[in-house]
Design a protein around this ligand. Structure first.
Ligand code: DX5
Ligand code: ZN
Length: 219
């Protein structure tokens, strides 16, 4: 199933409640929440207390993308704050298996993210234990960057391995997803599409979400 997860990195944070409401009305499936610590990536966004406030504004699935060095330390705070799925980077300082175990044991779904320089094979040992693989299609840290088409081979490699293991794992792409790129990502095997600037910058956000979903399902 193809899902659209608008990245709220591009929303107007001074009107968060209205923005989330609007995303629901426009047909978003999830809300993608980018958490950056200024250490794992050269940018700082928000922490668990803000996610807790966000939870009061929306009943959409909270898809929390942790771009932080120490996810095992902070994941429980995001679970308590109301995350539905927590994705952390395999390149972080934490033990991957332990971090997955901690997230799953709290009743949350778990995802593993890979930066552009990390090969697909890095996530293979964990596929049986996780709900989603996030293949970054930009270097994490900022919205509005260009889609890295050369990541499509990685998406396909992860999809093939999931099929070989008879796993229905979600494969998410994040960074530069737009009307021009979504079909390529879907063809490669992705089924969860994060888009920040393309959706929040659109004149007609509902039409944008509908078109992204349609183009993905055409692939
Ligand atoms: C980048 C973030 C993305 C970003 C995507 O580090 O993980 O979620 O907001 O933004 P766009 O869709 O504008 O590339
Ligand atoms: Zn993200």
């Amino acid at each position: 199933m193809n899902l659209i997860s608008p990245s709220i990195l591009s929303c107007d944070y001074s009107r968060m409640g209205e923005e989330f409401e609007d995303m629901k009305k426009c047909g978003a499936d999830w809300l993608h929440i980018d958490v950056m610590d200024g250490h794992f990536v050269p940018n700082i966004t928000l922490g668990a207390p803000i996610v807790k406030c966000m939870r009061k504004c929306s009943d959409l699935v909270f898809d929390v993308h942790l771009m932080i060095s120490d996810p095992i330390k902070y994941a429980p705070d995001f679970v308590k704050a109301g995350a539905d799925i927590i994705t952390f980077h395999i390149e972080s300082d934490c033990d991957t298996a332990e971090t997955v175990k901690l997230i799953k044991s709290s009743g949350c779904k778990a995802g593993i993210a890979v930066k552009p320089g990390t090969p697909a094979e890095a996530v293979f040992p964990y596929l049986g234990d996780i709900d989603m693989v996030l293949v970054m299609t930009v270097e994490p840290g900022f919205g509005g960057q260009s889609f890295m088409e050369d990541m499509m081979e990685k998406v396909t490699a992860v999809r093939k391995e999931c099929e070989r293991l008879s796993l229905d794992t979600d494969i998410q792409v994040d960074g530069g997803i737009s009307l021009k790129t979504v079909e390529k990502a879907a063809k490669a095997g992705a089924n969860v599409f994060v888009a920040g600037s393309a959706i929040f910058g659109a004149d007609d956000r509902k039409a944008m979400i509908t078109s992204l979903r349609e183009l993905a399902s055409r692939a």
